[in-house]
Write a protein that binds this ligand. Structure first.
Ligand SMILES: Cc1cc2nc3c(=O)[nH]c(=O)nc-3n(C[C@H](O)[C@H](O)[C@H](O)COP(=O)(O)O)c2cc1C
Length: 188
């Protein structure tokens, strides 16, 4: 199973970095697979620590892939010298046990060193899931035909219209802007 998480890392100099990343669940931890080039990859290779944060604030996922400035608070993790999301529902502090290099997508096998729950999970929501899917589409805009993106966005819009709250609507707006900008760049 792959859990969609916000992975927080830091550079050797201590600069925090946050990125949405699929965390494949394995016995005792996760496999993280950043595509090259990636700041997360550089940080994982240099420090061999990360935090896998679980959040249902889809604005964090969307803002990272659309490159929009959105203020996300981080604080030091409990046991490892790494940032974590201050408002995560829960987080896992991980250490890299081994890495498998690859020209496109290396694998980092991570062991969970410490897990912490912070706040209640309020339940599933279709608009959150739709924004997450749309954020994945945005991260692949350069690889996908415009027609496919338009079809998928039209389908995802149904769940957003029916079930979104203000946070999801805000994130959905960013995603729509990113798709429109990409289309006009491609056209010119
Ligand atoms: C839900 C979701 C899951 C993602 N999973 C991955 C992933 O597993 N690997 C990856 O390289 N990028 C993934 N991305 C895209 C990255 O977050 C994005 O490309 C980011 O810029 C990674 O580069 P960075 O490490 O330099 O920030 C995902 C995006 C979303 C919205």
């Amino acid at each position: 199973m792959i859990r969609e998480a916000i992975v927080t890392t830091r550079s050797l100099e201590g600069e925090p970095h946050i990125a949405p990343m699929g965390a494949t669940v394995i016995e005792g931890g996760y496999v993280l697979q950043p595509f090259r080039p990636s700041r997360t990859l550089e940080n994982l290779a240099a420090t061999r620590i990360a935090v896998v944060n679980f959040t249902d604030d889809v604005r964090i996922f969307a803002s990272c892939v659309v490159g929009r400035r959105y203020n996300v608070d981080v604080k030091k993790a409990t046991y490892i010298d790494c940032p974590r999301l201050a408002d995560a529902l829960s987080h896992d502090e991980v250490t890299v046990e081994r890495a498998e290099d690859d020209p496109q997508r290396p694998k980092f096998f991570c062991k969970t060193y410490h897990s912490e729950g912070h706040t209640r999970f309020e339940g599933m929501n279709r608009a959150k899931a739709a924004v997450l899917e749309a954020a994945v589409l945005v991260s692949r805009l350069g690889l996908l035909p415009d027609e496919k993106v338009a079809q998928e966005m039209a389908y995802l819009a149904i769940a957003v219209e029916k079930t979104a709250g203000p946070e999801e609507l805000e994130a959905w707006g960013w995603v729509l802007d990113a798709v429109a900008e990409h289309r006009s760049r491609r056209a010119s």
